[in-house]
Structures are given as structure tokens and as C-alpha cells.
Design a binder for this molecule. Sequence first.
Ligand code: PLP
Length: 392
Amino acid sequence: MKRLDWIQQEIKTLKEAGFYNTIRVLSSPQGAWLQVDGRKVLNFCSNNYLGLANHPKMIAAAKAAVEKYGVGPAAVRTIAGTMDLHQDLEKRVSVFKQSEAAITFQSGFCANLGTIQALVGKNDAIFSDELNHASIIDGCRLSGARIVRYNHCDPAHLEQVIKENKGTYEKAMIITDGVFSMDGDIAPLDKLYEVAQANDILLMVDDAHGEGVLGKGGRGIVDHFNLHGKVDIEVGTFSKAFGVVGGVVSGNAVIVEWLRQRGRPFLFSSAMTPPDVAGCITAIDILESSTELVDRLWANAKLFKQEMAKMGFDIGHSQTPITPIMLGEAPIAQQFSRELFAAGIFATAIGYPTVPKGKARIRVMISAAHSLSDLEQGLEAFRKTGKALGVI
Ligand SMILES: *Cc1c(COP(=O)(O)O)cnc(C)c1O
């Protein structure tokens, strides 16, 4: 099988370098506690920020939708028609976010791929934060536009590269993550908006980790900066705080209308399933009815971070519930993660190429689903492991 040799060689290299992904198997729903590889462990690594993935109201809504609409959409919406359920979700998102309009995609990844290539092409330019998510990078590449990276969260550098490139493109857009998933820092969207305005360039933010987390009652980064109606495109995902799966573009009505005509994943891939859509609508119901879950998420994160810092861990510069425990080289981060797992704590090590070399870490994802005693148990395991490995 000579044609497969190179793949086997690459896999061997990954294993030797410690970069091979071994995927643990869950036999329970997502939640504060999981059944993993036959053991009950405390979950510190999912994006289930609000505990909605297994929330009784979400389950009931998904079941009711299956009863009424069945399990699948059976084709793309432009060909077989759209269910009223999908339209309801889009309306609810735009009301929730105070945007002009919204369109759903199958995932946040699809939303980025579809949106970027519908808006810029080969004579155009994209100004992209150097730490943007892989789905933005792929969307940029697919569009064929020239990609100009600017320094991470640096509006002055953005302004400079726009000046340097004046006259070399027809149209342009600025794209940034809202919350950067590995460090938990927040893009300076207010400043980026000023640069976009001054240069009459489209502004797009991908708020995957801010959806349900930032802003009043989890309304996202545009709400956080009070920029309603000003940011052209706010991409969101339903797969993180919303606890389901799916993607959304919310913002300018003309752009949303255009995406219904030219968003390739919208035109060439089937829609979200009915139970997914019903779950997302219920997530909005829950968020609109009370800020309790979002408040608990932030209170839990504040407590966990404070205690970790007090113990002497380097927890980076996160401004959100994402808490990186900076450990340096990949092998120590992996050993730390293994020892935590032995102590009943599931927290994955993250190394190169997801983060730069020498910046390996354990990324702790705090959730509103964690109880005080869960957090205390987690902190105690971090303290013991940190001492045993000489990290603190
Ligand atoms: C997770 C993530 C995505 C992908 O979202 P899915 O809905 O899971 O496809 C896109 N962008 C960013 C910044 C993310 O963190």
C-alpha cells in the first residue's frame, strides 16, 4: 500500500512528538460530571458554559420538535422549503441581539466559510487578526482574497496595514474573533469599529465563545460593547454556551439577504435538524427569562481564577471564563493532565500547533453547571498536582 505510506509516516511522527490526538469516550451527557472511559470524572474541558447541553427544558423542546417535525430537514432550504421553526429561530436571534436580521448555518465553521467567500473575492483584501480561529482562516483562503494579518488585538497596527495597502484592493473586510478561545481575551471591538468606519470597510466578528457568555444575559460581544446596529456581521455558534449545534450570522439585513442567495453552505448543505433548532429557541427563552445562569458562570469563573492565582499558578490574561493554566512545554502539560485524570479531573492539555511552542497549557473551561463543591474539588486536585510536579 505504497500510496498510504506517507500518511502512516506522518501519524508516526505525530505520536513521537506527542501531538497525536487520543480521543476519550464519554458514555454520559455533557455536564459538570462525565462518565469517561468507564470512570466518573469532573468535567473541566467542554464549552457547555451554561449547562444547557443536558438541560431538562432543552431536552423537552427537542423531543416536542421531533414529534412535530421529525428528525431531519430532508434537503437544503432553497430547494425543499424552510420549516417555520428555522425562521422562528432566526427572528428570535435578531430580537435577542437587537440586530436587523439573522441567518442560521449548520455550524459556526460553516457560517464563517459561507460568509467570507460571499463577501470578498480575488480583487479584495481581508484584514485578519493573527490569532483568528481556523474556520476564519479557511474561509479567508476559500474566498481568494488577499489576507493581510494584523497584530493580535492591535487596532493601531490594523490602521497601519490598511494605510499600507490602500489602493491595492477593491473591497475589504476586517475579521476578528470576539473572544480568543485559547487565552480568553476579548477583541477591542469598539476600537476596531472606529477603524472600520474611518476606512469604510466591512467589520465581521466571530463571537463563538462570547455567545451566551458576554453582554447582558449572554447577548454577545456586540451587546458587551453596546455596538448594536454598527457591526456588519456577528457570527455566532449554538454549539458552545447554547449547548446544541449550529451557526448563525446576525447583523446587517442586506448582508443576511445576500447570504440567503450566495452563502454556499446555506445553498448546498441541509439545514440544522428540527430538534437542534427547537433546542436553540429554548436556549434563547432561558436566557431571556433570567440572567441567573450567566451570572453563575461568571461568579464560578471569578472564584476559580482567584484561587488558582492565589496558589501561584500562571493563569494568563483571560477576561472571560476561559482559564488557561500556563505550563510551558507540551510534555509537562500532558503529564499534568494525565495526573489530574488519575485524580478524577478531566482537563485536556493543549500544545503546539493549537498554541505557540513553549506556551502549552491546560485550558480549564468553567461552567454554570459546576457547584461550589465541584470547584473546590477541582482546585484541590490542581494544588496537589501542581505541588507534585513542582509547578507551584
Ligand atoms: C468553536 C469555534 C467555531 C466553530 O463553531 P462550531 O459551531 O462548533 O462549528 C468558530 N469560531 C470560533 C472562534 C470558535 O471558537
